[in-house]
Design a protein around this ligand. Sequence first.
Ligand code: NOJ
Length: 551
Amino acid sequence: MSADDHSPGSPARPYDQGAWWRDAVVYQVYPRSFADANGDGEGDLPGVLARLGHLADLGVDAIWLSPFYPSPLADGGYDVADYCDVDPRYGTLADFDALVAAAAAKNIKVIVDIVPNHCSAEHPWFRAALAAGPGSPERERFVFRDEPNNWQSVFGGPAWTQVPDEQWYLHLFDSGQPDWNWRHPDVVAMFERVLRFWLDRGVAGFRIDVANMLFKQEGLPDVVPGSQGGPLSPGHAAVPYEHQPELLDLYRSWRKILDSYSGDRGAAPVCTVAEMWFGHPDQARPYLKGDGLAQLFGFGLMPTPWSAEEFRTVIDTSHRLARETGGSIPWVLGNHDVPRMVTRFGVDQDLVRAPTPEVLLGRMDVDAELGARRARAAALLLLALPGGAYIYQGDELGLPEHLAIPDEARQDPMFERTLRTFMGRDGCRVPLPWSGATPPYGFGAGRTWLPQPEDWAALTVAAQRDDPGSTLNLYRTALAIRREHPALGDGDLTWLDAPAGVLALARDPGFTLMVNFGAEPVPLAWHHDVLLASGPLDGDLLPPDTGVWLS
Ligand code: NOJ
């Protein structure tokens, strides 16, 4: 990619030279569930190191590690008690350093997760704030008030909790996750130290948790009732704790720190990828045009039902926005917050458009075979679109959502905070199956922290490794082709005429993607060769729920 790739008028940012992330395929590691080296039923960093071969064989450019910091796990580690250490359950800082070095030796970069909106209620500064009492400087670092406003937690229930001296503190997520006061200089300075701490250890980037929320509007005005969203209703109207103008300056100041670690030092520039659901492109545009954030996740495909028209609308919106701003919006089909795509695509698609109370509890019919076929086709779509892509661990194995976790085993705070009306996000966080015919499928030695389904024997890495038709090998082949093919990665796309229910797009030079979302086979577009198909073709026909790469 060169600076010329920007649309006319869009600014060239200082880090654009060598912006490796514009093409990169990044694999999300959820450390607690990736691989367990010490056999305690929870994943750990030595586990990731031991399984780097899986990631190198897959052919990803980088891994993003979800939080592994000391944490009481009120929200799976997104409640950080110490930003500059490794939780003993995941290992040590020496294990982290060893992982970064071993990954670098395999040409894999490491991105870490930074959680700046809130910390853990166990963070020493929050404990000090509780101890110091109302009116103290310690409380100023958080958002304490004598009276709460009407804000609701994204996880359900009020966003305020009262402490024994009767003040209330703000937590936009769980009560174990007090929000920082980003107007306080100590908070700003502390996070600069945190960035430098991990940069000094050689990280290639930061994924920024809830990057749109850090600043709250002065005076904390009430929200208009009914305007609040959350993971279940992304894309809601503007609220006074999102997209405050100060964020742009903050990310610009972070960018200066990040750039001081590349440039003259000869290192690749450092990526920042922002977790930011945007309902309307106008919300995203200032960040993409600004010189702070490198990437905003393109989440639009995740809530999109299996429909050619609806996929095309999302792709067009994101791609146009990226071209117009010169920004990078990598594609995402799964992460640790949403039901896995095999299950999403395997249900009546009207339930994806408008989930019923039964769906929120995982009580619906799922055609797992259909969902798996569609998820394979979607993978070919993901990896053929212009720009970078993120793959969530286990999607390369075609894992479905685990819908049958017993209530008493659930860990996600959303389950209780929604008064058990939403099953929560545990079903996509189940420990990965590596080998064997029964749980724990090579993940540790005994009980896993979340139970695994009994019917995953055919989905393990070992079972798929030598099967040329497996989902794992589909991903491997797709990534290998992507690395070599000059049309793939960053760039542009041209839509081709196609029958209703079919997406067909061309990328220069000489590459065509077709995905059949419809119910009837359709003729393949003009082509010389079939590079890769997500399922068996029927002569020159592309069957339903199948994708193909042509040249
Ligand atoms: C987004 C993370 O992806 C999610 O898992 C977490 O619960 C919230 N942010 C709060 O940190």
